[in-house]
Design a protein around this ligand. Structure first.
Ligand SMILES: Cc1cc2nc3c(=O)[nH]c(=O)nc-3n(C[C@H](O)[C@H](O)[C@H](O)COP(=O)(O)O)c2cc1C
Length: 394
């Protein structure tokens, strides 16, 4: 057994001596005690030795099942969630050789803000469900790595508290299509005042769907509250493009609609005042047969040309995925579920580990592909694989 698996087995068995018992809060406490112990030789060592690709599996052991399922699940038959990941396997890298890659830079800028890495943390609600510090921990990690955090309006920490925890973090703010425009205007003002640099309205949720299989039984744990409302307004299914125009007229911040998959919609968004497009199917948590986001990217990049920045959301699991998306024209990518696993296992250090591991793999792959600056990744380093089926390994 690999070293980290043996360690984990010890932790797991200690906490649940009788086999077959679901991981309990004691397991979580014990894991966290080890992962975050003041004795750094145990703590960082254990977290550092876990491959980031296994964080989801480890989280399955330590999280209560409803919480784990809430994070992992896609809507319906989960085809969209699975295909987001599988889509990357349909591409291969075709390196250029004899390029000076003694220094590989991952620096970029998004909407004029410099980032050390082309990574945005996807807006994800309720982060205090998996970590006491929740959104604050994520924001601090994002600032350490030089990424950007898109704060969810459904956060369990207010934007003011997130900003206070991470004064230097690059923050954007995601909105739901609330049916109460006054409430929307107020929350946009709060985001502006807290120094957010963009507003990210969701446009793929005209109606809500249950993200988690109801039988998993996920509920907001007692004692946790929302940071931006006491009771959420409903969703407005009547919105049309005038909603984007209305938002653009309410704020000087750039508007970045999240949830676009069609090239014509991307153009329409730009015509309505959007400054950038976040290509997304909500991690497969809304329309269960939505196309994979990577498959939508090329057309959208071509459709908007240089008139708007384009970012890819969904399925990013490692540095090779990032390089593929950059080659296909994304200026940056979001990371969703892997960040939640990192937060669950190690709080701020766990999120930092996830982001820096993906960034490290990006540097390695870029170097091997002859790309000294990932902001200028050439299109011709990716080819559609003639053989790959793109199926997700079990
Ligand atoms: C636990 C969880 C909560 C989420 N909450 C929100 C949310 O509040 N607002 C939002 O726009 N998207 C939300 N999303 C979707 C993410 O922003 C993102 O689109 C998706 O996770 C990207 O796919 P990935 O997980 O494969 O990286 C959530 C996703 C997860 C996994």
């Amino acid at each position: 057994m690999e070293g980290w698996k043996a360690d984990l087995a010890i932790v797991y068995n200690l906490a649940t001596p009788s086999s077959g018992v679901q991981p309990s809060f004691r397991t979580i406490a014990l894991w966290r005690g080890l992962a975050r112990s003041a004795d750094a030789s145990v703590s960082t060592d254990l977290l550092d030795r876990l491959p980031v690709s296994s964080f989801g599996d480890v989280a399955r052991l330590v999280l209560e099942r409803p919480v784990y399922e809430w994070i992992r699940a896609g809507a319906g038959d989960e085809e969209a969630a699975l295909d987001n990941v599988a889509a990357f396997r349909r591409w291969r890298l075709r390196p250029h050789v004899l390029v000076d890659v003694s220094m590989v830079s991952t620096a970029t800028d998004v909407l004029g803000a410099p980032l050390a890495v082309p990574l945005l943390v996807a807006p994800m609600a309720l982060q205090r469900v998996v970590d006491d510090d929740g959104e604050r921990a994520t924001a601090r990690a994002v600032a350490e790595v030089g990424a950007c955090l898109i704060v969810a309006v459904n956060a369990t920490t207010s934007i003011e508290h997130i900003r206070a925890a991470a004064p230097d973090a690059t923050l954007w703010f995601q909105l739901y299509n609330w049916d109460d425009r006054d409430a929307l205007a107020r929350v946009v003002e709060r985001a502006e005042a807290a120094g957010c640099r963009a507003i990210v309205p969701l446009v793929n949720t005209p109606i809500g769907v249950a993200h988690t299989p109801p039988e998993a039984g996920f509920r907001l744990p007692a004692g946790l509250t929302f940071g931006h409302f006491e009771e959420s307004p409903g969703l407005d299914a009547r919105n049309t493009w005038s909603y984007i125009e209305w938002l653009a007229s309410r704020t000087g911040l750039p508007i970045v609609p999240k949830g676009i998959l069609a090239a014509a919609d991307a153009r329409r968004a730009v015509d309505s005042g959007a400054r950038a497009i976040l290509v997304s199917n909500h991690g497969g948590r809304q329309l269960h047969r939505a196309m994979a986001t990577l498959d939508a990217l090329d057309d959208i990049v071509n459709a908007v040309g240089g008139s708007a920045e384009v970012y890819l959301d969904g399925g990013i699991r490692n540095g090779s995925d990032v390089l593929t998306a950059l080659a296909l024209g994304a200026r940056a990518v979001t990371v969703g579920r892997p960040v939640m696993w990192g937060l669950a296992l190690g709080g701020q250090a766990g999120v930092r580990r996830v982001l820096s591991s993906i960034a490290g793999e990006l540097v390695e792959d870029a170097g091997l592909c002859g790309v000294p600056a990932t902001a200028h990744t050439p299109r011709d380093i990716v080819v559609r694989s003639p053989t790959a089926t793109g199926s997700v390994p079990a």
